[in-house]
Design a protein around this ligand. Structure first.
Ligand code: SF4
Length: 440
């Protein structure tokens, strides 16, 4: 690219969904001939993609904007915190523009206004799969934006609006381009993957001239034709989710389900206004394991939600013991600015929340350690994430990048990032595994 091309610096904070927005903005910038610069000083302008989910993320985002202003001076803010433009403007009145999340066009017009685009669009420089922030061998595939639920602790619907599904043909084309560019694993993300297509009444779209319904099961079947790992995130335990479990048992999609249960007490789930809160989740998990014994279930929980009694919390621990989930995250409830749960009665004192969080983690650590221990001796297919000499770091089908565990590989000469190899698990701790070449 010409060195006279206008240069844009880019800072991206927040969750995988925010990264997916960032990828679209970067792709568009490159498509229009802007150069992406790795330093504040070398940029003509900086775009900061923010996160506003919890208070610490708001602070981190405001700090990043401040740093970009100090070092560069010309800053455009986008992303979740941008939805609260008053907060950004109050802290940093000199930012050039503030847009909310999922606002590609608004960001681009703010860029155009402050840094005119070059005359010749270098569209040919953009690879058809776009520009990605994740390493080349895996990629996030965003299938929808927004959410129709109104969980009382969450402000995403007020920031991102109701569910809008991406057309299935567009999702499939993006997935195909990613695979053609060498991606070995697609991570399907959204705010509610199980709701994909609801807003379109599940109507059919077209991929390669073939009709495909805009619906999770049909999308998963089509993705499985691409011959790479497909991993499903943010799935709620609705009855129709049962349809994808046989596809997992048949090896069409990874036997991995990220289901954010958040609690087990019906009273608390109701106060949280959680989707599918009246389902019998233990029965559902049992049925899933009968169809696909190797399914890895990841979930997240909140301890100390307003109104949670010791009996509610005990119900959560009993659920955990019974469910034997593979990967679990837990947070002590913390108020999010603007969330309905802030005004619920019987807020739990901070020390009680922390004490419950610690009890929860102690129990889950023992469960995770025992589940990982059961893998010692087994042959597993792993995806190589990093190689350093004769050592490598990889993941099994049960581990999503960045949030789950890894497999440390010995005797890994000749392996390359993105390779799928069979290894034998030799050791485990509460989080990770160790492995070497299979010993027959
Ligand atoms: S399902 Fe609930 S927690 Fe998830 S984005 Fe929607 S409202 Fe927020």
């Amino acid at each position: 690219m010409s060195s006279s091309a206008p240069k844009v610096g880019f800072v991206s904070l927040g969750c995988p969904k925010a990264s997916s927005d960032a990828e679209r903005i970067l792709t568009q910038l490159r498509a229009e001939g802007y150069e992406i610069s790795g330093s504040y000083e070398g940029s003509d302008l900086v775009v900061v993609n923010t996160c506003g989910f919890i208070d610490s993320a708001v602070e981190e985002s405001l700090d990043a904007i401040g740093e970009a202003l100090n070092k560069n001076g010309k800053v455009i803010v986008t992303g979740c915190l941008g939805a609260k433009s008053g907060v950004v403007q109050a802290a940093h009145p000199s930012v050039l523009a503030v847009t909310g999340p999922h606002a590609l066009e608004e960001v681009m017009s703010a860029v155009h206004e402050n840094l005119p685009k070059p005359h010749d669009p270098y569209t040919d420089l953009v690879p058809p799969q776009g520009v990605r922030l994740t390493p080349k061998h895996y990629a996030y595939l965003k299938i929808s934006e927004g959410c129709n639920h109104r969980c009382s602790f969450c402000i995403i619907p007020s920031m991102r609006g109701d569910l809008v599904s991406r057309p299935v043909g567009e999702v499939m084309n993006e997935a195909e381009n990613l695979v053609n560019a060498g991606v070995s694993e697609l991570l399907v993300i959204s705010q509610d993957t199980s709701a994909y297509g609801v807003d379109m009444k599940y109507r059919s779209g077209f991929w390669n001239g073939r009709p495909i319904r805009t619906r999770m099961t049909e999308l998963v079947k089509a993705l499985s034709e691409l011959g790479v790992w497909v991993r499903l995130h943010y799935v709620y335990p609705y009855p129709h989710v049962d349809e994808v479990i046989p596809l997992m048992a048949d090896g069409l999609v990874l036997p991995y389900l990220d289901v954010p249960f958040q609690h087990a007490s019906p009273r608390i789930l109701k106060a949280m206004k959680r989707p599918a809160s009246s389902e019998n989740n233990l029965a559902r998990i049992k049925a899933w394991r009968e169809i696909c014994p190797d399914i890895a279930i990841r979930s997240t929980f909140i301890a100390g939600f307003p109104g949670e009694t010791e009996a509610d919390f005990q119900q959560l621990l009993d659920f955990l013991e019974e469910a034997q989930l593979d990967r679990v995250g837990c947070f002590a409830y913390s108020a999010v600015d603007g969330a309905a749960a802030n005004s619920l009665p019987d807020q739990v004192p901070e020390e009680v929340k922390q004490e419950r969080l610690a009890r929860f983690m102690e129990l889950q650590e023992a469960i995770s350690a025992s589940k990982l221990n059961q893998k010692v001796g087994r042959i597993e297919t792993v995806l190589v994430d990093a190689v350093d000499g004769d050592q490598a770091i990889a993941r099994t089908m049960a581990d999503a990048p960045e949030i789950d565990g890894v497999v440390y590989l010995a005797d890994a000469e000749g392996l390359q990032v993105g390779d799928l190899v069979e290894v034998q698990i030799t050791d485990a701790d509460g989080h990770d595994l160790w492995a070497g070449p299979p010993q027959f």
